[in-house]
Design a protein around this ligand. Sequence first.
Ligand code: NAD
Length: 280
Amino acid sequence: MVPTITLNDKTQIPQLGFGTYLIPPEQTADIVGQALQVGYRHVDTAQMYGNEEGVGRAIAASGIPREELYVTSKLANDKHRPDDVRRSFDETMARLGLERLDLFLMHWPLPTLYDGDYVSTWKAITDLVADGRLRTAGVSNFQPDHLDRIVAETGVVPAVNQIEAHPYFTNDTAREASRRHGVAVEAWSPLGQGAVLNDAKIAEIAADHGRSASQIVLRWHIQRGDIVFPKSMRRERMAENFALFDFSLTPQEVDAISSLDKGERGRVGPNPDTFDYLPD
Ligand code: NAD
């Protein structure tokens, strides 16, 4: 039974979902279909993953009622101009085959591009909610000053901030800034893309619980209150990563895992202050 988290716009999001980064487009319908069979009801995709259409096909083929599913996508880095936000959102909806999207995020703030203007991009995303085709608007990879700025300049607080977080990069600075604004945190690369799974301390806690390292790390995220969507192409790992709600870590175990933080050195992804990738 996956718990839900109530966001600041009063909507609910399942705390555990399925990530789709690097799932090849031609395999996505099959892989996401398997994840839905395993029991996942929340899927995280993005325009830049190139696999929204496969996600849409898996949803259509599953026969699962739309209201039981939670679907997130994210704005591509080359679509920050307000007109492009609207146009690309329409394209996302066509690829997903949905009438309404649950959550749409600005994928990166890109403070060194577009003359540093991610505020008009944020405004355009929030306008999609007013249009009725988007339920919830959020951001991703927003550092504290990026959050402070969009809130100060638009008065609209994002519902979520999706940021890198895992035991080697706990990212408490961005987490605390998000919490201060009432923004729920989604932890991307919750397993550090596999980097944390061979850690000796995590192995010890896993042995004590008779669980896998992956389950221990994901449970740590859940007990920290963050939303997670691990990715795996293998069904047995999808099932393993879904079985998190019949055990719990002690507060001491949670603290021991948090103390594995390596700060900036622990990042597996780019720093949002300087990241300026544009798709071809
Ligand atoms: P992850 O931390 O979920 O790690 C995935 C990798 O861990 C897999 O490829 C596999 O090698 C390994 N793994 C998964 N389950 C395992 C298990 N049970 N046992 C052993 N190994 C296992 O990495 P991720 O895919 O980068 O992150 C999850 C999701 O977060 C993505 O799919 C995507 O949806 C999202 N994401 C968002 C951003 C962003 O900028 N917003 C960036 C990266 C990822």
